[in-house]
Ligand binder design. Sequence first.
Ligand SMILES: CC(C)(COP(=O)(O)OP(=O)(O)OC[C@H]1O[C@@H](n2cnc3c(N)ncnc32)[C@H](O)[C@@H]1OP(=O)(O)O)[C@@H](O)C(=O)NCCC(=O)NCCS
Length: 328
Amino acid sequence: MELRQFGPDDLDDVRGRVEILNAASAVDSPWDHPATESDERGFLRFGWDKEPMLAFVAVEDGKAVGLGEYSTSEWDNKHLAWLGVVVAPEHRRRGYGTQILEALVERARGEGRSSVGIDAWESETAIAFATKHGFERKSQAINRRQTLADIDWTTVERDREQAAAATAAYELVRRTGLTPDDELSALAGLTAAINDAPTDDLDIEDEVFPPERVRDYEEAQLGRKQALFRIVARHRETGELAGHTVVAVEEERPWIGHQHDTAVSPAHRGNRLGLLLKADMMLWLRADQPQVLTVDTWNAESNDHMIGVNKALGYQILGRGLQFQRDL
Ligand SMILES: CC(C)(COP(=O)(O)OP(=O)(O)OC[C@H]1O[C@@H](n2cnc3c(N)ncnc32)[C@H](O)[C@@H]1OP(=O)(O)O)[C@@H](O)C(=O)NCCC(=O)NCCS
């Protein structure tokens, strides 16, 4: 088996990647939106915030049988490489997953990393594979979807009214696209509040968010053809940014929305700003992007506050993701 690195302009390999991702998803996570060539190309080019992963295809006898992914950051967590291994369903249990994983772990060792992580949809297969390779289960997260046609909008409007009454000290500012330059530093400070979301037993450091990284994230998403909708709560008296929430809407499939960060800074917590921001986002999307049918979100299963808000807003569970980690 050959493990070959490829990039966004290697179109045959991108196509092969999409085929394997979709074949795997039909078995492992049938609720997932299918991968598309253009989204995968964008993701391989821009990543989440301009630190795209290295992508590999495993080839045997000229046929793509599996995928490898290798992600690191220059901003923080330099001890860590996050890995991905996917084997096409018809080629499983023949040792390909092991060969791909071992090559990625070797790469991490060669770079002097002291830890590797990997994630998977919850299944006996993934747990057995991870355990066999010395990984321990460290965290779990739930993927939920909001189907906007099923939403009881009277409740959402009432939630927003009640939360707005409790948070009269704040104004909501709606923004599309890039954050204005003069607000980027304040937004970077607020973005760091996401570090208070639980990470369970994972050996990871807080992420750092200098303004350049926040800009990189915004430009990467726009580069991937994801339209950005952000609502910021500003404290009227001090002008401080107290909270924000971001939803990305795909340009290629404009009926699909993805919830990105929602965070309230520590000094402003406990005022129902989380509910206010998210309810306002729903009402904004309904008015401005009525073609959006669903919004998907991920939360650590232990994140009671955010999950409480999401349940109140009609999110339904799709599946559980597991994060494993191993020291090198
Ligand atoms: C997990 C996955 C990558 C394994 O790929 P694979 O090529 O089938 O793995 P291997 O053949 O190298 O299996 C290695 C060992 O893992 C364990 N394992 C793999 N699949 C298993 C299953 N369905 N049930 C029980 N154990 C399993 C076994 O110990 C196996 O060794 P053995 O065959 O000698 O008993 C593949 O099932 C997959 O792509 N799943 C979806 C993506 C995913 O979950 N990736 C991350 C996993 S942490």
